[in-house]
Design a protein around this ligand. Sequence first.
Ligand SMILES: CN(C)C(=N)NCCC[C@H](N)C(=O)O
Length: 290
Amino acid sequence: MQNTAPAPEATVVEARIQQHRRYLMCRPEHFTVSYTINPWMEPANPTDTALAVRQWQALYDTYLALGHEVQLIDPIEGLPDMVYTANGGFVIAGVAYGAKFRFQERVPEGPAFMEWFRDNGYEVVDPREVNEGEGDFLLVGDTILAGTGFRSTGDSHSELRDVFGKEVVSLTLVDPRFYHLDTAIAVLDPVQGPGGVESANIAYLEHAFDERSQAVLAERYPDAIRVSDADGAVFGLNSASDGLNVIISPRAKGFEAQLRERGYNPVLVDLSELLLGGGGIKCCTLELRR
Ligand SMILES: CN(C)C(=N)NCCC[C@H](N)C(=O)O
């Protein structure tokens, strides 16, 4: 008798390609939580600066072990959030669009980062509009996804478009726990081929966005990984990917499994102490694109 049962579907796992990265980080020597500008910060809870430094060092060592390059900006006393370098600007092709922070407590960080960029050979664009750098702007392939709702303004998205001449897609965040775009979206793999960007994918937390933005993301990224609230709430998406290795929080168990299924290599680094300031792996990592 002829067997008419359909052949079992083969699971195709794409081969992932590691890309070299250059990052800017800041040792959290002055880390503490002395004010509240996001729902995670609770000045009454004690912080352990030595532990924050050890955890940060583990992230730094991980990047080096994976073959990436890390540059450092000196921490400044009285600016405890400077460890979250992702907020210090947005850099593409040697051009650094500076940050202009929403809250007074972080305002002095803007010029400090711009000075570092200048001293290190970047062309600096002094921003007119309030924006918190790569915390709210993510390069996915050749498109910039730009967050608003809590920190960066919609006007900064227009400024960003003028500065880089790229497509900028505005997305509105609605859940105060996910106040920067990089808490709600992880960029997984902008793969550059000889003819430009060949593929780009993301992971995201759907309900961190308003309905319009959810529709935009669903249409643009049909293959995206959608993560659970539980994984989002431990800053699972606040991760750094080199196209193959994805550095994530060890608490994001579901996301870890989803990444493995897709052929990525999750690398677990615990930044629990820095979570007290409302930041995770990606927040401590600014990509320097030459
Ligand atoms: C992903 N996130 C949140 C970041 N990119 N940055 C962390 C900033 C934390 C700082 N206390 C603040 O509230 O600004």
